[in-house]
Ligand binder design. Structure first.
Ligand code: NAG
Length: 287
């Protein structure tokens, strides 16, 4: 009697175990079928880059058709933190550079500087280039470029002034200056200038570098040091390369003005230089 009860208990335990095991087996087969049919997938990334890699985000952005022509590989280089300055390689295609030059070429005028008391433009010996403004959003390509600038600088396109196209011929330059204003007049529209994107529309054989003489960084640490002109060696410099863009901030993250953003354009020694400048303000800039 006691023995019989034990055997029954034992067999009941055994059958429970068999039931659990066969249920697990059926469940595994079911899951494998779902996986095979692709109805269910394991939570792994299908992207070839790790989740924190922004380059996949960037790649996707550029796959959307905008602008004209093919651009070389786009990558970002940190130039300095004082001033905060970054180089975007191949920001514009060759065709985009040529298009911007062709828009401006028939309308170039001798460059002026802004008078800090009246806000009027005036002739100057510190700035000897010629230039013209392209109205903001004037056509599809200009809008595409302005959108690209907004995407990269994280400043809305309507905070920007119209693109200024500049031409520097042999010996022409722009002495070091700040892009921010120290007067009330020039900050009425849009408030202070916060950052600048400077795009090189041409290569320059020699000279024409953008120089930051007040940068807090070893000037000779740049890889292109040996190719720089004497003027460019007086500061932290960027050699113009067609399609590249330089973003630098006139204000620090705490909103104070950054004097290390002092910058100039060295005299062109050989060839000539075309550039496009986008000045951006802390608030909407009305055009
Ligand atoms: C500046 O950088 C150059 C090139 O990397 C190096 O040879 C030189 O020693 C550096 N100077 C200082 C003061 O760190």
């Amino acid at each position: 009697m006691a023995k019989g009860r034990y055997a029954r208990l034992h067999s009941r335990k055994l059958s429970t175990l068999t039931l659990v095991l066969s249920m697990l087996f059926v469940l595994s087969v079911f899951l494998l079928m779902l996986l095979a049919l692709g109805i269910f997938s394991l939570p792994i990334s299908t992207d070839d880059s790790p989740p924190n890699d922004l380059s996949s985000f960037r790649r996707r952005r550029f796959e959307r058709r905008e602008g004209i022509g093919e651009r070389g590989e786009q990558w970002t280089e940190i130039l300095a933190w004082e001033p905060r300055a970054f180089i975007y390689h191949n920001f514009l295609s060759k065709e985009e550079c040529e298009y911007l030059i062709s828009l401006a070429k028939p309308h170039m005028k001798k460059s002026t500087v802004v008078d800090s008391t009246t806000g009027q433009s005036k002739d100057s010996r510190v700035r000897t280039s010629s230039g013209m403004f392209l109205r903001r959003g004037r056509d599809k390509l200009v809008r595409d470029v302005e959108k690209r600038i907004a995407d990269f600088s994280f400043i809305p396109a309507d905070h920007g002034e119209g693109l200024q196209i500049l031409h520097y011929e042999l010996g022409q330059k722009y002495d070091p200056h700040f892009d921010y204003f120290l007067d009330e007049f020039n900050t009425k529209n849009g408030g202070q200038r916060i950052a600048t994107v400077l795009m090189y529309l041409s290569d320059v054989e020699e000279g024409g570098e953008t120089v930051f003489p007040a940068a807090n960084k070893n000037f000779s640490s740049v890889p292109w040091w040996d190719e720089l002109s004497e003027c460019a060696k007086e500061g932290l410099s960027v050699k113009p390369k067609r399609g590249d863009a330089l973003l630098f901030w006139s204000m620090r993250p705490d909103a104070s003005l950054d004097p290390s953003s002092l910058h100039g354009s060295c005299p062109v020694i050989r060839g000539n230089k075309w550039s496009a400048t986008k000045w951006m303000h802390v608030e909407e800039y009305k055009v």
